[in-house]
Design a protein around this ligand. Structure first.
Ligand code: NAD
Length: 357
């Protein structure tokens, strides 16, 4: 199985090395072979070839079974021309691979609940999955940049637009995921105000009735959902939502876990899927060997599950991560007295060793 590795910038390099060590261990254990192809994206690509998304990266990714990405960006490239910013590489690869579905699981274990901004008893055991539409809606609608209108007043606008096929294909991902989990989908919209949300709600409701009657469905307005995530996160199983609401809610949900270094993500389309931690390149700690590789290792587990169809291997990686946490090993972001402080590479080695036990 071919995997394109895109370490990118900052801690991207360290966390991808860590994930590769774990992937090699799990491949040995389960008797399959992974072929890695490392390519450039983001700031390092700008430095090397002048663009954030070289053609070689796109063709490697398209030919691969999956892509594992670290992170892109950093202060070094803050002042480059807008059309070649590192983030353009990320948007470009998502577009090139047609990744319309973003999955962000958020679980809170007993080991990390005390790091959450919520009270541990309120959040321990929370286990939700946000399914976000990634290629439609207001981020990709018509952007009318600031201009003077007929009355001479400056204005700007962005269009939120969804088609029925776009809503159906993302909703199907959410319902299918719910069937593998606890069987409940909460669809989030703003149907009291937005026409696009009223269509969203109608299509999701119809689809559930016609194709997924076994899955429970409820609807929340986005403002209520934002509140409920903080008041009672354990009520959620799968949250299905559009691009902009998903962007905001998934960042909100991620804070509940206590550290950004723990949370993985997957972006899927009809071809190659891409897997990445939800955090950025953390330039403040890059090169120090202290980054938490767990989010990337758990992203690799999602890759094993969704793209490489190695379900048992995926679960084994997740269990190994838990086991190492249970043994008390922590990277700096999660460390407190009484626990064992380890570096990025030590954490990876411990998880790999746990797999090979
Ligand atoms: P960030 O996620 O990189 O860092 C936020 C804070 O969390 C920092 O203090 C950092 O040290 C810490 N952190 C992040 N990941 C960690 C890990 N694995 N282990 C321990 N601590 C970790 O966000 P930022 O500082 O806002 O952005 C830095 C750069 O990353 C910017 O250039 C930004 O554009 C880019 N960025 C990239 C992505 C991506 O590639 N998907 C996402 C977000 C931000």
């Amino acid at each position: 199985m071919k995997v394109t590795l895109l370490p990118g910038d900052g801690i991207g390099v360290e966390i991808i090395d860590a994930a590769v060590e774990v992937l090699e261990a799990v491949a040995t254990k389960f008797g399959f072979t992974l072929e890695f192809d490392k390519q450039l994206i983001g700031g390092c690509a700008i430095d090397a070839v002048g663009v954030p998304l070289p053609e070689a990266t796109v063709s490697s990714a398209k030919a691969a079974d999956a892509v594992l990405l670290g992170a892109v960006g950093g202060p070094k490239w803050d002042n480059v021309a807008p059309e070649i910013r590192p983030e353009k590489g990320l948007l470009g690869i998502r577009k090139a691979l047609g990744l319309y579905c973003n999955l962000r699981p958020m679980t809170v274990s007993n080991f990390t609940a005390h790091l959450s901004p919520l009270r541990p008893e309120q959040v321990a055991g929370a286990d939700l999955l946000i399914v976000r539409e990634l290629t439609g809606g207001i981020y990709f609608g018509k952007h009318d940049e600031a201009h003077l209108n007929a009355e001479g007043v400056e204005e700007a606008s962005d269009i939120e637009l969804y088609t029925v096929p776009e809503i159906k294909r993302i909703a199907r991902y959410a319902f299918a995921a719910a069937r593998q989990r606890r069987g409940k989908v909460t669809s989030v919209d703003k149907a009291n105000v937005l026409a696009s949300s009223r269509l969203w709600r109608r299509v999701v409701t119809q689809l559930q009735a016609e194709e997924y009657p076994d899955v429970e469905l409820n609807h929340f307005y986005v403002d209520n959902c934002a509140m409920q995530l903080v008041l009672n996160p354990k009520q959620f199983d799968v949250i299905l939502t559009n691009n902009i609401f998903g962007d905001i809610l998934s960042d909100e949900a991620s804070t509940l876990a206590g550290s950004i270094g723990l949370l993985p993500s997957a972006s899927l389309g009809d071809g190659t899927g891409m897997y990445e931690p939800i955090h950025g390149s953390a330039p403040d700690i890059a090169g120090q060997g202290i980054a938490n590789p767990t989010a990337t290792i758990l992203s690799a587990a999602m890759m094993l599950r969704y793209s490489l169809k190695q379900t048992e291997a995926a679960s084994a990686v997740e269990e190994a991560v838990n086991a190492v946490m249970e043994q008390g090993y922590r990277t700096k972001d999660l460390y407190s007295e009484g626990l064992q402080l380890v570096s990025t590479s030590e954490m990876a080695a411990l998880i790999a060793a746990e797999l090979l036990k």
